[in-house]
Design a protein around this ligand. Sequence first.
Ligand SMILES: C[S@@+](CC[C@H](N)C(=O)[O-])C[C@H]1O[C@@H](n2cnc3c(N)ncnc32)[C@H](O)[C@@H]1O
Length: 242
Amino acid sequence: MKTILIVGIGTGNPEHLTVQAINALNRADVLFIPDKGAGKGDLAELRREIVARYVTNPAGRTVEYGVPKRDAANPDYGAGVDDWHAALAGRFEALLADVPDGGACAFLVWGDPGLYDSTIRIIERLGTRFAVEIIPGITAIQALTAAHGIALNRIGEPVHITTGRRLGPVHDDTVVMLDGQTAFLNADPDLDIFWGAYLGTPDQITIAGRLGDVRDEIVATRKAARERHGWIMDTYLLRKRD
Ligand SMILES: C[S@@+](CC[C@H](N)C(=O)[O-])C[C@H]1O[C@@H](n2cnc3c(N)ncnc32)[C@H](O)[C@@H]1O
């Protein structure tokens, strides 16, 4: 049986890798690096850097694969995702044919594989022919709260995690990910926002304050950074003022 290691690599800092993740990468005969196309080269480059820095197993070789584009009309986790998962499952199947019998391969997954990532679900589509191990990673949420020097939850309080598209009225403390639409512009201006982009990388940017006071600065900073890098990943926490 072949083993598939789904390894969380953290959110942009090679030092986010756990010892467990490094050991898993060194068990792999093949390490898969996704190429998400124009403008996302930095993300593939970070994975290459991780392999160069931590993989000492001479048998481990790297294979890059193209990620099929998602329907532009459905840029996040809405309708159309099933077709996209099916396309990726087909690609994974072809990649796995290259892994030796009894050997192992690793998928290097951004952040933690269990948070807004499809790899686990896509691998599940391949059935039970493979042994699957999941190695957790540092998420964008942990990188965000650490960068702001805050705790995620208030004492004994719940936390809600959602996407920009699904952001509604904020009752509990709310973390927003996958927000290409700057959904915070429609939120109550009296909330506090803790915003971060490129968290964990040398380009990390953070802004915090009363939403009504800092939202224009976030929009302008976000736009300029996106133009500079060709891509942006940002996450934020909205919370009622104490
Ligand atoms: C497809 S999800 C992947 C989440 C990832 N699995 C995790 O554990 O954080 C992509 C979203 O994660 C957030 N994200 C990932 N890396 C980030 C970073 N370095 N800085 C800020 N947000 C990040 C953004 O909200 C982005 O839209």
